[in-house]
Design a protein around this ligand. Sequence first.
Ligand code: NDP
Ligand code: 8X3
Length: 249
Amino acid sequence: MAKTVFITGATSGFGEAAARRFAAEGWQTIIAGRRAERLEKLKGELPTPSHTITLDVQDKAAVDAAVAGIPDSFKPVDVLVNNAGLALGLEGADEVAIEDWETMIDTNIKGLLYCTRALLPHMVSAGSGHVINLGSVAGNWPYPGGNVYGATKAFVKQFTLNLRADLVGKNIRATDIEPGLANTEFSAVRFKGDTDKADDVYSGVDPLKAEDIADAIFWAASRPANVNINRIEMMAGCQAFSPFNIVRK
Ligand code: NDP
Ligand code: 8X3
């Protein structure tokens, strides 16, 4: 029987690339996101059965309804990829719009929790499953303007590890994938449609591609049952660490 992966944020970037990768490997996909027309287009291009769900992960009732409405032919869900997420802005903590912080928390933290909590009991009943979360290097390494975005990804990392603690012995795996600089719509979203600013992020460098992250997600999902990949932190070859910022008198 074909395996099924449920991917949130499949309309773009890592989620779309992951859907293409899993489908190419013979998996059925459940693809979710807010942009319905993109989901339908993607579904038409995938070689295996796909179920689309137009979904805002910030809406708990909608998440519950989406999970309740999964067709029998897509059950059980073998892997949940909690990928939907975003950064908004790069302003300092004293300047940022509080609404941007709220949106990041509602999406990256609460949306991820809603999806996980809705699907986990089904995985436990089925006796197997795997939750793969999209963290970030921003959850491990501070940078100016990363304030709440990085904090949401630190939450994702620790929640993933705590899921492992809760689920050990239940044949449910949990993995945090923590990419660095990757060229997707991420920066266009972060800079609210300012494409010049977004393009600057990737100019003159060779960043990670969505397919690189899809590769890591699929690799983690396709390890034998006796293996759990706890975390994968990955950076572009052009990216590394900076010295501490010391302000001198
Ligand atoms: P994209 O902007 O290309 O894709 C983000 C996806 O998330 C879209 O499909 C979008 O779909 C979806 N999404 C956003 N908000 C919601 C919501 N409220 N409900 C449902 N879906 C939503 O970015 P990436 O592919 O780069 O990002 C994917 C994940 O990886 C994010 O969690 C991001 O934080 C993380 N990440 C990104 C990095 C990067 O440099 N690109 C590096 C490290 C981590 P739609 O708008 O249709 O709802
Ligand atoms: C995305 C990577 O460095 O822009 O999570 O925060 S970064």
